[in-house]
Design a protein around this ligand. Sequence first.
Ligand code: CMP
Length: 212
Amino acid sequence: MEWRLLRGLPDEAARQVLASARRRRFAAREVLFHEGDPAGGMHLLAKGRVCMRVTTPAGDVATLELFVPGDVFGEMALLSPGAVRSATAVALEATETLVIDEPTFTELRRRHPSVTEILVQLLGARVRRLNDRLLEALYVPADTRVMRRLFEVADLYGDVVPLTQDDLAGLAGTTRATVNRVLRREEKGGAVVLGRRRMQVVDRAALARRAR
Ligand code: CMP
């Protein structure tokens, strides 16, 4: 497994970091950490998939992002002293992470500035994505947002997406009722087949057209 964050490191240094990390295993739907928890460490995702959720002021759950093997998360609480977790991490399937504790992370960045450089690039890319999402939330209709998120997760997962309609609603920033209406329409049109806790994309080209 290659983690982008460690890409600039000499092999020996990367080996040392990985050897000092703590391997943790989580079952499907288990919480890795909660929003508001004190920072524990940064997670390198080795196996499985994790989603990051926040609770909105109205008590709804919004999904900020999905992470796949090779991704890194839980770095934000380590970057500002005293910060707490900004979101809740939930395993979507059996998951394994390598956890790098705060002193190791700080020492790693001190010794290898490439880690900080890559982190800055990752955070910059995240701001760009958030800008896109903000414009989308303000100007793009909810039905299109649902199709866009479904298209993106089908890219991540392959054609069988193990998410609930609530998960998709959280990703698209809309209600489950809207997701259900859009998916039923697409099911009738033959682009998707709906199942329990999963959706199957059978016509990606149709999905891509609707996601525009
Ligand atoms: P941390 O705040 O330690 O714990 C929650 C993690 O979720 C955070 O670090 C980031 O790794 C990740 N995260 C928070 N907000 C976003 C976002 N908008 N997009 C992608 N990842 C995020």
